[in-house]
Write a protein that binds this ligand. Sequence first.
Ligand code: MN
Length: 476
Amino acid sequence: MEKLYFIVGSQDLYGEECLKQVAADAAAMTEFLNGKLSDTIRIELLPTVETSDICFQDMKKVMDDDECVGVMTWMHTFSPAKMWIKGLQILRKPLLHLHTQANEKLPYAAIDMDFMNLNQSAHGDREYGYILARLGIAHEVAAGYYQHEDVIAKIRQFAQVAKAIHFSHNTLVATFGNNMRDVAVTDGNRLEAEIQYGWQIKYWGIGEIAKLAEEASEAEVDAKMDEYTSKYTMATDNVDSVRLQARYEVAFDKFIAQNHVTAFTDNFQDLFGLRQLPGIAAQNLMAKGIGFGPEGDYKISAFSAVLMKMAEGRQGATGFIEDYTYDLTPGQELELASHMLEVPASFAVNKPEIQVHPLGIGGKEDPARLVFDGVTGDAIQVTLVDMGDHFRIVCADIELVKQPETMPKLPVARIMFRHKPDFAIGTAAWCYAGGAHHSVVSTALTRRDIALFAKLTGTELITIGDDTTEADLDRI
Ligand code: MN
């Protein structure tokens, strides 16, 4: 499991007895937090920072350890912050400043100068906060007693975001074909995406999948069909079409394993050698955490994989959607989000049906796809766009709702939602912000998770929600 290193600050002025107590308290805190967070992260304590050299050695360990996704720091005593400069200058992993104490309550009757010298994070953490601000190091502060549930929740949230950032730097997007020919928002600077988020975006011809699909054995296709029929209801007589999708997924599985791919894109304008656009194949892969972007959208493909990683271990669904059409009944406005095919099965509120229908565009054979209604509840809609000289994340609070009436003639996944604070402001804000029509919807993640990701990756963030006003629209 991934780990956070915990580094506690002090100095060698206080004498051996005090430093022993610092180390003992730090060890007890580490043990306590490991007991609370073992489902998410492992915490390992490094030597107390008493000198600049120890700090540097600790940070070297943080940087050298591939299992380490970030670091948590706390000043038990005063710890002169010049000692931290050299170490912090080599730190390039997410940083949590835990502003806490070994003791919850102040021992009014017993407190003396020794106690105060030992327990002075109010003093030491401010000195440390100054040097972080002075060095311009992006970080999160969690303030409060470390045994309190709200503080533990903040450490867990930081760990999940740090794991997602670590994952981001190991993301490989296979783009099969290029972007859809004329679409703007799916394009951008791949090199900058790799520099800022670590996304390797590599091109392969879709012929690679066509070849692997051709080579797939009947037994491999049978095994994939067994997976489909165990998870989904077969609602078509056109089993050959479904078997072709199963064959494509076998091919993707092999390609993903051989090339250590974590996300992929395809493009219905570039399906040379494939008779159908991958439908169920993409939907089923997304439900397993593989990122996906249609129309060559490598950004949403990588971002969806990163956000699925962030949501790991939480209840709820996270995945790609495309904005499609509205119900504009006054006061009851709703959006229908879907895609031609590729909405992940993780959003299904009912057992998805496998259906086969024409695509309408692209001139290929009728593809098999999963048809279902979406889950309901509070969610976020989040996207990432390339503004030319920087990336921007747009994050909107939304409410997923049940569709008011059935849509028997619409054979795709159907996700419906309500905008916040209302339709007019919520959707206008998204348009002003340049938010893409491809996004990730999540009932597992919150705006705060995204804000933390944006802060720790140095990304501009525009949020939309109940606190957005009409006046804000002129300031986006
Ligand atoms: Mn699209």
